[in-house]
Design a protein around this ligand. Structure first.
Ligand SMILES: [Zn+2]
Length: 131
């Protein structure tokens, strides 16, 4: 059985980052569909599953790779922004973030220091804030 599956998968694309994103989206949509009992979400879940399997079992490797590159190009800036939010959330008890009024540079200062004068490292503008 395992050998048959191996033989079947030879020359097929498999799962990549886009495939994982489709699968994750399918999972989320399926759970939402369970709670809302929406027929649209059920149809969408099935469509996403079909797309996931179509891409995974496809033998047109070049086209699947191009789709994956497009997805990565689209998703990388979003992922960077999400990582910034994640980092800020982790540090929310030790640091406070401000934006420079002049150049919009993000400034990080330690919390609990009272009223402080912050000098922007980029444009040297001074801000008076409570940390
Ligand atoms: Zn500035």
């Amino acid at each position: 059985m395992k050998e048959k599956l191996k033989q079947f998968m030879i020359g097929r694309y498999g799962v990549d980052q886009l495939g994982l994103a489709i699968f994750t989206t399918t999972f989320i949509v399926a759970i939402l569909g369970l709670f809302t009992r929406s027929i649209i979400l059920t149809v969408l879940t099935i469509a996403l599953l079909v797309l996931f399997y179509y891409r995974s079992l496809s033998k047109n490797l070049y086209k699947r790779q191009q789709e994956n590159f497009k997805f990565i190009r689209f998703y990388t800036p979003i992922q960077k922004q999400l990582n910034i939010y994640k980092k800020r959330f982790k540090e929310r008890k030790t640091y406070k973030y401000f934006k420079c009024n002049h150049c919009h540079q993000t400034l990080r200062v330690p919390r609990g220091k009272g009223k402080i004068c912050i000098t922007c490292p980029k444009c040297k503008q001074e801000l008076h804030k409570r940390s």
